[in-house]
Design a protein around this ligand. Sequence first.
Ligand SMILES: [Zn+2]
Length: 345
Amino acid sequence: MSQQPYPIHYWEAPQSDEIGETLEQFLEQLECPTWIYFPGEDNTRCRVVTTLLHGNEPSGLYAIHQWILSHETPATDLYCFLGSVSAAKHPPARFHHRMVPGRRDLNRCFRPPYNDEEGLIAADLLHRITSVQPEAVIDIHNTSGAGPSFAISTELNQKHIAVSTLFTNRLVVTDLRLGSLMDFDEGDFSITTIECGGAHDPQAHTLAYEGFKRFALTPHLFEDGIDQKKTSDIDLYQHPIRVELIEGTGLAFANTAVEGADITLHQDVERYNFGPICRGTNLGWLGAKGLASLVARDARGYDHVSHYFELQGNCLITKQDLKLFMITKNVAIALSDCLFYLAPI
Ligand SMILES: [Zn+2]
């Protein structure tokens, strides 16, 4: 860990009369990444909530703001981390930027080297989490596109299921390692990512707050085993494939092939989010480069694009029944991160 980490502010037991009434006022009070401590009923145990690792994903901050206004006391000690405060406040508007332009995505920095500002923040957060030895960690996000809520974990076990079902019944289990917080596996605690749905969807804010309260107030998260009904009700997406665009690809969304675009996806492609789609579905149109504009990587980095897709005329067609998820229509994110994930059915 670093000698002199980038400053993370510490805030102990904030009271409702100390914070702004609105989410925007609350954000303005924050100066930098902030670690908040809420004393619990049982202070022999603790839990951790991290959020705002992406500056354009406000639902977790909303949940914490509402939590402070509610005056409730958590069942155990609770630590909350608010990450990319500077990105969330960066012009032209609050909650506009995922990260400060030109800087690294904080949720890709939880692996060495920890030698720039984001790396130092990530290392400092990992140090804080391991120091308090929580029972569980949740990391609250919003999806880039519209779509339903889901949880993500790096393995399928009862702890992840118990924590996920406080928020949602969809669980993605991934062996893809991107340097995100949940990739950290050197502790005895589970780290579960919660994607609450679109950043501008009021339902995502409500889901974040309701789930946060259950996480904070449930006396024993893992006691008495897990309700088997809950486990069987989980909609599982295991070992997804990450569909990315080759660098320099021109991407468009339209109802017909856009001239000059390497790939045009259907305008309403987001309706496929989490729903199963059948073999033979037309997702859009490809330009002169054909399938070479796309890469479909497994966790080891191998490309399977021609296994899942084929070109018929200029149409992009699925070759087997699939579930697609985390489809984004944000072109910048599609180009810099990924277009969508898929899991074979
Ligand atoms: Zn995020």
